[in-house]
Write a new protein. Structure first.
Length: 126
């Protein structure tokens, strides 16, 4: 590599480090409730790095989805999520920027007696 390229890369890395050093991690949470009357819910998770916790609840009539995020140098956004028939589609709550950090975790609550599958595999319910 030539020296001007190395200097440019070093400057870029230093600027990124300085920009992120003033940032503290930010946590957030969003919840959405979907009407649901089926006995099987198929969750389609488009981001394998975002785990899903599924549980049955006696006192709910629909599907309650909560996403918890932790970011630094990025912003969390409302995920592109939808319930179409028995398929719950979960998108990522992280913007697509190159610099920064964003992670998320989904919690899905379903009525008692509902079978839950995540990307075709039966979900482990507590």
């Amino acid at each position: 590599m030539n020296s001007s390229f190395k200097a440019g890369m070093a400057a870029t890395l230093m600027a990124t480090a300085v920009a992120l050093s003033g940032c503290a991690p930010t946590s957030g949470q969003r919840t959405e409730t979907f009407d649901f009357t089926g006995t099987r819910l198929d969750i389609v998770n488009y981001n394998a790095n975002m785990p899903i916790d599924a549980s049955e609840q006696a006192d709910i009539a629909g599907v309650v989805v909560t996403v918890q995020t932790k970011t630094m140098g990025k912003n969390a956004s409302t995920p592109d999520w939808s319930l179409e028939g028995t398929s719950l589609n979960l998108g990522t709550p992280c913007d697509g920027g190159m610099v920064g950090y964003c992670e998320g975790r989904y919690s899905v609550e379903v009525p008692l007696g509902t079978a839950v599958y995540v990307n075709g595999t039966p979900a482990t319910m507590p």
